[in-house]
Design a protein around this ligand. Structure first.
Ligand code: SAH
Ligand code: SF4
Length: 335
């Protein structure tokens, strides 16, 4: 599917046909023009030729309503990206969207980062991932409740297209999907944090921190070399002052790398501010490191809580299909 073809495919048609087409694709979630019953048969046939709606994807997982599913979507130019459907404990569904093919930031714990960068996604290609899961869930009588930009890529290095996609999802004429239900995670691109603060959108911001000092952080996240923690946290504070919104700090627990008591104590010091939240994430193995043990994780959490920080610990889903955070390599299976 390439939704940018729709405009030219309908250029000879009256305005109301455009409105009907948008309704059919984004509200009724059709996956073939033959289902667009408001259109005459000739138009349906022509649209199936000129703007086919099929999304080419290979699904893995999702064997029951509680297990995550991953889709490898092939784009018009043959590149492939991954997107994940994550059933949540309360029966709701989150989808994890990719913003780039690969990622240029090269975090050493992340499968996406290890494979380098190919290109930015267009807004349409981001929307296509959402549309794919919306159709999938509709067939099971469900719907998407939350969206996280935590798939492949750094959303703030593709700011304009990501924002275009967010605004499209949010548009009452299309998906009417509330901005409060959308979270964007960044490895710390300061310019993106500044720009988001200026948007009149209630999108949630998450920062991938993963280390309490510049020294440790730059060992695992090369981007830390350009964005010292001091500058990063100043940008976050300015964002909070401007928006009044909470900010989530993601902290991956990697065995004997960033999980020592002194790391927790240092982290508690730098993150002890109103509207800062900490989310501890188990490291999903990508080859190089080991995850922290459950007892180490519990101890780390306890130290942060003792210091008075609001902390959550995320359960990891999807390791068995390599759909967990940081495991999205976007590789096609060899056949
Ligand atoms: N580039 C953005 C968003 C995509 S990564 C960012 O880094 O924030 C989404 C999340 O997955 C980030 O918090 C990232 O640090 C985390 N992640 C990367 N590799 C991981 C791994 N191996 N195990 C668990 N989480 C990982
Ligand atoms: Fe890129 Fe995020 Fe992976 Fe780092 S963790 S390499 S920023 S996708």
């Amino acid at each position: 599917m390439d939704i940018s073809l729709l405009h030219s495919a309908l250029k000879e048609e009256k305005k109301f046909r455009h409105v009907q087409a948008d309704q059919a694709i984004f509200v009724d979630l059709i996956d073939d023009w033959s289902q667009a019953s408001v259109f005459p048969g000739t138009l349906r046939e022509r649209l199936n030729q000129d703007c086919p709606l099929e999304i080419k994807a290979e699904i893995s997982g999702g064997t029951n309503k509680k297990s995550p599913a991953k889709a490898l979507i092939t784009l018009a130019d043959g590149e492939a990206i991954e997107t994940v459907l994550i059933p949540q404990a309360d029966g709701r569904f989150a989808v994890c969207l990719s913003s780039q093919v690969g990622c240029p930031l090269g975090c050493v714990f992340c499968a996406t980062g290890m494979n380098g960068f190919t290109r930015n996604l267009k807004a349409e290609e981001i929307i296509e991932q959402f549309l794919f899961w919306a159709r999938y869930l509709k067939k099971q009588g469900g719907k998407i409740d939350n969206v996280v930009f935590m798939g492949q890529g750094e959303p703030f290095l593709n700011y304009d297209e990501v924002m275009k996609a967010v605004k499209f999802l949010n548009d009452p004429e299309t998906f009417n999907f509330g901005a409060r239900r959308i979270s964007i995670s960044t490895a710390g691109i300061i310019n993106g944090i500044k720009r988001l603060a200026g948007e009149k959108l209630q999108v949630n911001l998450a920062i991938s921190l993963h280390a309490p000092s510049d020294k440790l952080r730059s060992n695992i996240m090369p981007v830390a070399g350009q964005t010292p923690l001091k500058k990063l946290l100043e940008a976050v504070d300015a964002y909070i002052i401007k928006t009044g919104r909470r900010v989530m700090f993601e902290y991956l627990l990697i065995k004997e790398v960033n999980d020592r008591d002194e790391d927790a104590i240092m982290l508690a010091k730098i993150l002890d501010k109103p509207l800062y939240l900490v989310n501890l994430i188990p490291y999903n193995p990508t080859g190089r490191f080991l995850p922290s043990s459950p007892s180490r994780t519990a101890r780390f959490k306890e130290l942060l809580e003792k210091a008075g920080l609001p902390v959550t610990a995320r359960r990891s889903l999807g390791q068995e299909i390599e759909a967990a955070c940081g495991q999205l390599a976007g590789k096609k299976k060899k056949s």
